[in-house]
Ligand binder design. Structure first.
Ligand code: MRU
Length: 368
């Protein structure tokens, strides 16, 4: 049976047997959040302790911690660690400091909704429990941060199962960016490949390198190859040829914000993959937790797209520049894939099919 607690714990063990799943945790004494520094992969697997606001802001901004759900989990723990420093303040001063830390952290990256979603959940704990006093609020904040993390684990496990139900042994799947356990807790768009491997299935994954920041090359090919998955790294401009060769049965991509009409913001280049897939008649699925669906956002035109430092394109990868210093550069981090190009959106509550505006709404209405 899919998604009973017993079957989820089996799914969890299967993924843990081949993948690194401890990418974010609270330190034992609650003084810091421990992350895997994703900027160091694949050259080193280094853990880093984050205990102050500025380092937390920088960790998100510089992509030491990245991937929409991972940013949300990190934000939850960070707000608790920062709040502990203010335990001697009156409720009013405690709340004011909390608000100011929250606003600053929220300004680190704009596109993934999971950041503000997690921060708002933490804030609600503070405002809903005013009468309980700061000490009690601190334990409730810790509880909420752990809950956000544990919920994400459960959502990922369900998404892995639903995603895998779309594949059969021997399929070829193209994926873009990184949406494995580093970016989430147990993987969304790339979790089904790990689960397939753990169950003895052979899925042939083609991973776009994902320009400009190479999350596909640095992170996805690292996570999948060390788990023994059959993964082939390609440059983004090779997606068309592998589709034309008949090697791709489906495309699995993640999401940073899904609008109410089903438009999906994901790593820059995702919309190009979907446009190509339509040409070749290949289904495209976006996989992500419902925490990534923003029902207050009507469509993709309302999603703020992060623009990043042009030097990420011009100079970041070698000691010498890769482009003339004075050349103009446009470096958006995400793009929006039109909902009409998607075959389905895979969430922990099941696979949502078109018409997305109606069916996404149903997904949330069922909760009430
Ligand atoms: O800029 P990043 O690396 O944070 O972008 C990540 C992506 O676009 C992922 O595909 C998305 O967050 C989904 S991760 C589950």
């Amino acid at each position: 049976m899919l998604n009973t607690q017993a079957s989820l714990s089996k799914t969890r063990k299967q993924i843990e047997s081949i993948a690194i799943t401890n990418n974010i945790a609270l330190s034992e004494d609650d003084s810091a959040v421990i992350i895997i520094d994703q900027t160091k992969i694949p050259n080193a697997l280094e853990y880093k302790k984050i205990s102050d606001l500025e380092s937390a802001y920088e960790a998100i901004k510089k992509l030491e911690v990245r991937g929409a759900p991972a940013i949300g989990i990190f934000a939850g723990y960070t707000m608790y660690v920062l709040a502990l420093k203010n335990r001697d303040l009156s409720y009013e001063d405690f709340y004011q400091a909390f608000e100011s830390d929250k606003e600053y952290l929220n300004s680190s990256r704009p596109t993934a909704v999971n950041l503000s979603w997690a921060l708002n959940r933490m804030e609600k704990v503070v405002t809903d429990n005013k009468e309980k006093g700061v000490e009690e609020i601190l334990s409730l904040l810790k509880e909420e941060a752990l809950k956000i993390h544990n919920e994400d684990i459960e959502m990922c496990l369900k998404i892995c199962e639903y995603g895998l139900s779309l594949l059969k042994d021997g399929d070829g799947v193209l994926t873009h960016c990184n949406a494995g356990p580093l970016a989430t807790s147990y993987g969304t768009a790339q979790g089904p490949f790990l689960l397939a491997k753990a169950r003895g299935m052979n899925i042939k994954v083609f991973a776009d390198e994902t320009r400009p920041l190479l999350q596909g090359a640095r992170l996805t090919s690292f996570e999948l190859s060390r788990a023994g998955v059959d993964v082939t790294l390609i440059c983004d401009n090779m997606a068309s040829i592998v589709m034309k060769n008949g090697w791709i049965n489906a495309c699995f991509v993640g999401c940073d914000r899904i609008a109410a009409n089903g438009d999906v913001a994901n790593k820059i280049g995702t919309s190009g993959v979907a446009i190509l897939a339509k040409h070749y008649g290949i289904p495209v699925y976006s996989l992500g937790p419902t925490s990534t669906i923003d029902m207050n956002c009507p469509d993709g035109d309302h999603i703020k797209i992060e623009l990043r430092d042009p030097d990420e394109i011009k100079e970041m990868w070698y000691e010498r520049p890769m482009a003339p210093k004075e050349v103009k550069c446009y470096n958006p981090s995400f793009d929006v894939t039109d909902h009409e190009l998607l075959s389905g959106i895979v969430t922990e509550k099941g696979i949502v099919y078109p018409p997305f505006d109606i069916n996404l709404k149903k997904l949330f209405d069922e909760d009430h």
